[in-house]
Design a protein around this ligand. Sequence first.
Ligand code: ADP
Ligand code: MG
Length: 600
Amino acid sequence: TAEPETFQYQAEVDRLMDLIVNSLYSNRDVFLRELVSNASDALDKIRLMALQDSEEYKSGTDLEIRIRADKEANTVVIEDTGVGMTREELIGTLGTIAKSGTAKFMEAMKEKKDANLIGQFGVGFYSAFLVADKVSVSTKSNKDGSQWLWESAAGAHSYTIKEDAAADIPRGTRITLHLKPDATEFSDPAKLESLIKQYSEFISFPIKLWVKTTKSEQVVDEEATAKAQVEAEEKARAEGKEEAAVDAVQPVMKTVTHEEEQWRVQNDNKPLWVRSPKSVAKDEYDAFFKTTFREFIEPLGVAHFNVEGTIEFSSMLFVPGMAPFDQDRSMAKSRNIRLYVKRVFISDEFDEDLMPRYLSFIKGVVDSSDLPLNVSREILQENRVVRLIRRQLVKRSIDMISDIAGREDKKEYAAFWESFGKFIKLGCIDDADNRKSLAPLLRFSSSAIAAEKGLTSLSEYVERKKEGQTQIYYLAADTRAGAEASPYVESLVSKGYEVLYLTEPIDEVAVQTMEEFEGLKLVDVSREDLNLDDSEEDKAALQSATEEFKGLTAYIKKVLGDKVEKVSVTSRLTDSPAVVVASKFGWSANMERIMRAQTM
Ligand code: ADP
Ligand code: MG
């Protein structure tokens, strides 16, 4: 047989391994979830391939995951009948990191030292080294028909590959973990059983665990029966009866137990979304969400629905409990929507077609009966069914978020807003059709709410507005303090008007795109044409003052020249003598600042 070939780890993998081996101690047990999830991905792949070409199943039709612990050898073996890997695939995937995000993962890790985060970063395989000194991967793919053995030790900077002499795998992958001396607890099937329950219950393939079972049986206790017979005969004799007249006594029974080892399925692998929403409990949704999306806190909201009629599909959508660590990456390509066709997993790369950009933070599954199994991006983009599905997903997502906003416990929406508020603002800009349902979800800080009291909705603003007030006032600024100190605001606030403080760049764009809310115009207080709902008297006073100071304003304009467009008298100030405002049609001061920052 061939000599093993040695390969160096890519530098990034090397650093990652170093971190995993030397400094992650909490939540080490996530290794099982990661390896089971890889096995499940590999099974999804072969199932999809076999649907297009049944030849793929010539190496067996059983699709399952088997886990076996060996106390004596101090090992755990995780085996699947999935696609397996060719030699090239082994080199390309175990030892190299294809995706970006590792740097962010390392940062997050250094801070939290919590292995639980690993799955979010596409490097789950290496979690094996949380508990193992040495990892062996035997694998066989239909593509090259050879069984390969990949091996590496924790702390080594290299791995080896050779042809596996055992040649005992029809198709799929077997991962053997040689446990570290301080990780022997994982060679106990009871421990593994509880980890599967905790992390992998909703994997949609059977997970079988090799367990010792004790079987008990009722058998005749010969000894006790014989003794009973003798006693019966003695009793008969004592009573003067003849021995021959004694009947045979009832056989005495006893329970015997014997140990047996066998595979036992650990999960109910029927997809959760095909069940009726009424029959699913909250903790099942929570567990499903965590398992499927490698999340570790409960979702803030769940929507589970089955659509019937012209198109048929089931879906389960979730609002995550927190923002992902690398939100930038997830915005570009989130892989948050898993598409199934008739329960067969197709891909998680179609989320851009199924969800608009501003809802890319929603995670979920969609299972359609109306799409072809060989569905591709081209098919999706042209497809009427997809458009209908997308419209439903958007509507259900907004309903779900509105539901969180309506909850009695205000902390929940506050948490949502903190993580995902900017997506809702983006929605107000991008999605004209749904702007009406998105606008009530917006939150802003406001002159009427103390900073520590949080934010206000537009509806709350409207409830508080002055009698006769027909506009909603806002000012865009860098910070709340900056807005408060602004002379633009002082007169309005002193007259009892409320001013919203827009402190994020996107706020202003969102508000300008919306133009109005519940019939009230949204008005920037830094604009020259700011028209307060003033009385006739006020207007007359302003007019006469303008007349009176004509000479002065003309003089100031002459001094400032081209630096200003015009100089006029205003009623908007109380304490400050003068203010520079943006013209009606130009950029606001805040936008100018943003644009300047971008061109620099
Ligand atoms: P991810 O699962 O996010 O891709 P991992 O580090 O968990 O990242 O796995 C890396 C890659 O290794 C997978 O994408 C897959 O190509 C390959 N792989 C890992 N485990 C298996 C397996 N059991 N069967 C087939 N391929 C696997
Ligand atoms: Mg993985």
